[in-house]
Ligand binder design. Structure first.
Ligand code: UT7
Length: 324
């Protein structure tokens, strides 16, 4: 089989219009702007309109990514949507996105790894491309977490927001590890930690949608070590030194976590892309949203080496290294 790698042809993102500031949060639960900023770095989050679905946001992000790539939707033969907040229990949100984009060929399915979802979806699409099963993939992270929050629980509802991000991957001839495109990904999970971050409903267990529950300080304790370990392992496998990384695009859960990870690995703060202040934690959407924000403001440029990471419910966690 010929060598094939996945090039990141374009990235796009979408945020709903409505913004909920920390001051707005103070009107909903007993909290304060000062507490939220100090403990998380979050200043505001976007909230989907009542009639705006995960698939709508995914479609908007995908359209922008396709436009950035200069690729027509009719060329797409794989759609992978990472989401923990699908439109419906089934069909997969990816098939709804496929229909809304007018795509009638190829395959579309969801992956479910919560906040690590984008890394799982990227890895899946990259592997499809490498083994010759897809040529043009759209990888989407899209979430409407506002719909699964318990708006009376201040320990969780202040943390999350809605949004979507997407990347278009194209199959290119060449060695996958030759310094171009998606270089390497590293995925982990450990179900022993499933009770630290979960939703207390679902079709099989309760026949309801449920609400997000989290033991935040315990998740925090695991996050820095597990993420940093995964990143180091990935860099070692790729034969890349952390000092060679141009940009660090972490999952945006908490400013203290992302700075803790970068400090542990010796990544200077100016290389860390942080959008947590403006977006809150958008789960699977957070990495492509942050990636796109840094492309739009001119920081991430073609040829830059980018390291991504995330940890989420399950636990699932991982890292991905790509040359944009
Ligand atoms: O993306 C998926 C992965 N998720 C994460 O990575 C999240 C990880 N966890 C975190 O980011 C942090 O643990 C939190 C931001 C969730 C919480 O920060 P913390 O420093 O770990 O605080 P804590 O949970 O230990 O709570 C400290 C205090 C408590 O009061 P007492 O018991 O000390 O009196 C809480 O009740 O802060 C209180 N508290 C709040 N106060 C005002 C909790 N939430 C709030 C709030 N406003 N919204």
């Amino acid at each position: 089989m010929d060598d094939i790698y996945s090039r990141i042809a374009g990235i796009g993102s979408y945020l709903p219009e409505k913004i909920l500031t920390n001051a707005g949060m103070e009107a909903i639960v007993e909290t304060s702007d000062a507490w939220i900023r100090e403990r998380t770095g979050i200043e505001q989050r976007h909230i989907a309109a009542d009639d705006e679905l995960t698939s709508d946001m995914g479609v908007a992000a995908a359209r922008r990514a396709l436009e950035a790539a200069g690729i027509d939707a009719s060329d797409v033969d794989l759609i992978v949507v990472a989401t923990a907040t699908p439109d419906l229990t089934f069909p997969a949100t990816a098939t709804i996105v496929q229909e809304k984009l007018g795509i009638t060929q190829g395959a579309a399915f969801d992956v479910h790894a919560v906040c690590s979802g984008f890394l799982y979806a990227l890895t899946t699409a990259d592997n499809f491309i490498r083994c010759g099963q897809a040529k043009t993939a759209v990888v989407i992270g899209a979430e409407t977490f506002s719909r699964i929050l318990d708006w009376t629980d201040r320990t969780t509802c202040v943390l999350f927001g809605d949004g979507a991000g997407a990347a278009v991957l194209t199959a290119e001839p060449g060695k996958p590890d030759a310094g171009k495109g998606v270089l390497k990904t590293h995925l982990r999970s450990d179900g022993r930690f499933k009770d630290l971050l979960y939703v207390d409903g679902g079709p099989s267990a309760t026949k309801t949608v449920g609400h997000l529950r989290m033991q935040g300080n315990q998740v925090f304790r695991h996050a820095v070590t597990k993420i940093a370990g995964s990143m180091q392992e990935l860099a070692d496998q790729a034969g890349v030194s952390i000092s060679e990384i141009d940009w660090f695009v972490p999952h945006q859960a908490n400013q203290r976590i992302l700075l803790g990870v970068s400090k542990k690995l010796g990544i200077p703060e100016e290389k860390v892309i942080s959008t947590v202040a403006r977006h809150g934690n958008t789960s699977a959407a957070s990495i492509p949203l942050a990636f796109d924000a840094a492309i739009q403001d001119g920081r991430i440029k073609r040829g830059d080496l980018v390291l991504m990471e995330a940890l989420g419910g399950g636990f699932t966690w991982g890292a991905a290294l790509a040359r944009y």
